[in-house]
Design a protein around this ligand. Structure first.
Ligand SMILES: NC(=O)c1ccc[n+]([C@@H]2O[C@H](COP(=O)([O-])OP(=O)(O)OC[C@H]3O[C@@H](n4cnc5c(N)ncnc54)[C@H](O)[C@@H]3O)[C@@H](O)[C@H]2O)c1
Length: 430
């Protein structure tokens, strides 16, 4: 295929060279003099494994945007979306938070789109630059020509191993709302790698990309917390990490990766609290464990605020279904459902709880009168309940079937997102 690259920087150039290696004809457009110099002199000023060897023998040329549009079957856009140096993590976190700078990406897309419009040809344009969720809809879609078949395809690559990471990815992430474009993109990727292709909405893809990176950041903070504890109490961090890495079924697997209620049970919350004590006692530089517990509590407060918001609108009585800390048990120790109940009570919100494994038969009123039912525990039998007409069912596990007779709110799958959220339950002291 004939593949064009808009932006031949630290991501675009290695990927363009790897694409050429797989037998495609590749051309690029980049206004930067330093990029032209790299292509002309064939000297790479940065270290990138395998890149210099490919650059030595490449046929890639920098051509005009007009030529690139005419040439390409698919155009990748790898233009920078920078942050100011103060947001790069090399200084303390600034008090003010900022989005990335999309000026370069918007200019590149605008110019490209105009050229596609001029040539009046359908073109597949695949953006690979990193953006925050909702950016494509807000900043990019309004400037796209109707001839553009658009996809968002962020990469999970690390600098210095760009070529290897592009040719051997864990998965290929595609945000699309254009079936024609994605079929062509799949045909292209089949020539690059057998890795799985994950197709989703553009907004999901934007979020997956940045959450993937923050997950890694979270693991590193966790590992460094272990290192500091080990250093302070005289344990061996490499032994500790070696053992934790053997927990591939739960720690490194996809378990515990679905959104829902907070962590619960007789061990996890208790261990976090005990470790926050150790953290304080040892004077750890950052108390990761309190951080986990604060997050768990704040997230439960947020669920409480959703309940209160529905009650304010409907005036229905509230019942939390499930007291147990996990499905199909009657154990309530460390239960996030009970935490939710306590947070509501703390704000003087009237609320009842019911658990079939603890309280026996469900009271008749829950079958007869409309309520706000919050599904605190993902017990199987709640799936079969026929809730009273006009009830509101709030389901953080997203497994309760929807019905015309009552409203089911599947948390995390909101079809009409609230852009400016209201916090109704006051924050608990932590
Ligand atoms: N470098 C990486 O390893 C990496 C990994 C994953 C994601 N990303 C993302 O990819 C994007 C690009 O990153 P990078 O490191 O390659 O940046 P970079 O600054 O090295 O390269 C961007 C290139 O785009 C060119 N450019 C700017 N405006 C242009 C325009 N209007 N038309 C054509 N070209 C234009 C620039 O001249 C530059 O050569 C960023 O959003 C980044 O976050 C980078």
């Amino acid at each position: 295929m004939r593949i064009g690259f808009v932006g031949l920087g630290k991501l675009g150039l290695p990927v363009a060279l790897a694409t050429e290696l797989k037998g495609h004809e590749v051309m690029g457009y980049d206004p930067s003099d330093s990029v032209k110099e790299i292509i002309n002199t064939r000297k790479l000023p940065y270290m990138e494994a395998g890149c210099q060897e490919l650059l030595d023998k490449t046929n890639i040329k920098i051509i005009s945007l007009r030529e690139l549009v005419a040439f390409s079957d698919i155009i990748f856009v790898a233009v920078q979306t920078p942050h100011l140096p103060k947001y790069e993590g090399i200084t303390r976190i600034p008090t003010e938070r900022k989005d990335f700078d999309y000026t370069f990406l918007k200019k590149a897309i605008n110019d490209l789109s105009e050229e596609i419009e001029n040539q009046k040809v359908k073109k597949i344009v695949i953006v690979i630059s990193t953006v925050l969720p909702s950016t494509i809809e807000r900043e990019i879609k309004p400037i796209l020509s109707s001839y553009v078949r658009f996809c968002y395809n962020p990469f999970f690559i690390a600098m210095t191993t760009t070529i290897k990471d592009f040719l051997e990815p864990e998965f290929i992430l595609f945000g699309v709302d254009d079936k024609e474009a994605v079929e062509m993109a799949k045909t292209f990727y089949r020539t690059i790698t057998p890795s799985p292709f994950f197709e989703t909405s553009i907004k999901n893809a934007e979020l997956i990309k940045v959450l993937y990176n923050t997950f890694i950041g979270m693991k590193i903070v966790f590992a460094n917390t272990a290192m500091e504890i080990c250093h302070k109490i005289g344990a061996d961090v490499d032994e500790v990490s070696k053992a934790l890495a053997l927990g591939y079924k739960r720690i490194i697997s996809n378990q515990y990766l679905s959104g829902g209620m907070g962590d619960g049970g007789s061990c996890h919350p208790r261990d976090n609290i005990a470790l926050s004590f150790l953290s304080e006692q040892q004077g750890l530089s950052y108390d990761w464990f309190t951080n986990l517990m604060v997050a768990r509590e704040k997230q439960t407060e947020w669920l409480a605020s959703l309940i209160v918001e529905e009650q304010t609108k409907s005036n229905l009585p509230i019942v939390i279904l499930g007291k147990a800390y996990k499905p199909e048990t009657n154990l309530v120790v460390g239960s996030p459902s009970v935490l939710l109940y306590n947070i509501l009570c703390e704000s003087k919100i009237e609320c009842e709880m019911y658990d079939p494994f603890i309280d026996g038969k469900m009271p008749d009123k829950y079958f007869e009168l409309p309520h706000i039912f919050f599904i605190g525990t993902k017990h199987n039998e709640f799936m079969d309940y026929v809730f009273p007409d006009n009830s509101i069912v709030i389901d953080p596990h997203r497994y309760i079937p929807h019905s015309d007779n009552y409203k089911v709110i599947s948390i995390g799958q909101n079809k009409s997102p609230i852009l400016i959220p209201k916090v109704i339950v006051p924050h608990a002291r932590v």
